[in-house]
Design a protein around this ligand. Structure first.
Ligand code: ZN
Length: 463
């Protein structure tokens, strides 16, 4: 992502989706502090994953040209070649077949088979561009290997193509160089002079620090020493979790497979409308090519939580596992047939590996994310997890749940929850007579649940 400063003290919003994790970072720009060059020079930053064998195929099929006459496709290819021509072991080839960068993210653009592409769009696919955000790169990975990366440029900007100092219009090509840097695995670099700086500036080529970072990933002959300190490059941990940029502030919400922002289900906020979409109720469907005569199903998956028929409320997990003979590329969450988000994939599942030892990566085949059911309308909803593998197979698994919720999806202040009425206990059921949440009166019925081994909210009745 690259940002243009329009006002001092403005915020920038980073959106990084990395297969096994969704990170949303909010950085505070210290626009006036100038970040005087620190005495200890920090080197490039690495996101973690890389492209297998250093091979990237990029689809350039955007029509039109910039006001200066350079076509968008040419500018994009030139930007990519600024990396490839200076980094041994990194090969970029181009393909002009059509592709949409939001394919598979937005339902109106069906999955295109992991094509890496770019385009102009008025949103960062399913999210608004943050204020001052001019481009966003989405990346997916399996373990340490990238599987897809797409770049979306904000149509709201005034784009052109030129070298040299910044003008009033934005230079598309230098932004493309920056975003392609993310695509190959570089994170933001704020200390050294770098095209990977989070803010657009007068730099329009990769600097030596940028190229050292790229070489550290792809050039087997490059030593880790070099002029920049090797310790500066931060790499992500292996277990599917990904390190965030060192500049992330605590204000940002970081959701991993086991944690989420306090708001709960931050990535499912788009689901708060009443369930309009058609329900893909079939509990399991598959399509795509099969692996032929092999009796081993190419793709197996299941959703374990929520379970079918479950009453759900509050903030809980959606989880399950998915395995494929060719490897899983991603898992998506759909609610009432509408695509909501990708589900972080790659958590440890030794039990699955024991049951299905024939499948690669079964050891790390878990998926999970946190959802705030309060964002959904009370009543019945279909929750679907949908998995894709490298052979183009798609499999899904669904559960129909009944959502119980208070009017307010997330009550921040515990003092806003008061039980004033007595409890009536009957068998395994507890009825709380007068519960006030944010000043609204409810009757809440708790029921013992064998599945969750606790008293679950069975019903919330407004009074
Ligand atoms: Zn960036």
């Amino acid at each position: 992502m690259l940002v243009v400063i329009r006002a001092k003290g403005s915020y920038l919003l980073e959106l990084l989706i990395l297969g096994t994790i969704m990170i949303k970072l909010r950085h505070l720009l210290l626009a006036s502090a100038c970040l005087s060059t620190p005495l200890i020079s920090q080197a490039y930053e690495l996101i973690g994953p890389t492209w297998p064998s250093g091979d990237v195929t990029f689809h350039t099929s955007v029509s039109g040209s910039s006001p200066s006459g350079v076509s968008w496709n040419t500018a994009m290819q030139e930007a990519a070649n600024k990396w490839a021509s200076s980094v041994n072991g990194l090969q970029v080839s181009f393909d002009n077949s059509s592709a949409h960068p939001c394919a598979g993210i937005l339902p109106e653009y069906p999955e295109d088979g992991n094509k890496n592409s770019f385009g102009f769009f008025n949103k960062a696919c399913n999210e608004d561009f943050g204020e001052n955000v001019i481009a966003v790169t989405f990346s997916w990975n399996i373990g340490s290997n990238y599987t897809e990366s797409d770049i979306v440029f904000n149509t709201a900007e005034n784009w052109n193509v030129y070298d040299g100092n910044q003008r009033s219009s934005l230079d598309f090509r230098r932004v493309a160089v920056h975003e392609f840097g993310h695509l190959i695995g570089l994170d933001h670099e704020s200390s050294n002079s770098a095209i990977m700086a989070p803010l657009i500036g007068n730099i329009y080529n990769p600097t030596s620090d940028d190229l050292n970072g790229a070489r550290s990933m792809y050039d087997a002959s490059s030593s880790s020493g070099g002029s920049s300190s090797s310790s500066g490059g931060s790499t992500s941990s292996s277990g599917g979790s990904t390190s965030s940029s060192s500049t992330s502030s605590s204000g940002g919400s970081t959701s991993s497979s086991s944690s989420s922002s306090s708001g709960g289900g931050s990535s499912s906020s788009g689901s708060s409308s009443s369930g309009g979409g058609s329900s893909s109720s079939g509990s399991s469907s598959s399509s795509g090519s099969s692996s032929g005569g092999n009796s081993l199903p190419p793709l197996r998956m299941t959703i374990e939580e929520p379970s079918n028929g479950q009453l759900v409320s509050g903030v809980t997990n959606i989880r399950g596992w998915a395995i494929a003979t060719t490897g899983i590329t991603r898992v998506e969450l759909l609610i009432d047939g509408r695509l909501i988000s990708r589900i972080p994939y790659g958590s440890a599942r030794g039990d699955v590996a024991n049951a299905y030892p024939q499948y690669p990566q079964a050891d790390d085949s878990g998926y999970s994310m946190i959802i705030n059911w309060g964002l959904l309308t009370p009543g019945s909803h279909t929750v679907t997890a949908r998995s894709y593998d490298n052979a183009g197979n798609i499999e899904s698994s669904s559960a129909t749940v009944t959502v119980q919720s208070f009017d307010n999806a997330f009550v921040r202040n515990p003092e806003d929850v008061v039980i004033r009425g007595g409890a009536v206990v009957n068998g395994r059921t507890i009825t709380l007579g007068d519960v006030r949440v944010d000043g609204v009166a409810y009757e809440v019925i708790l029921n013992w649940s064998t599945a969750t081994q606790k008293w679950d909210i069975q019903q919330i009745r407004r009074q």
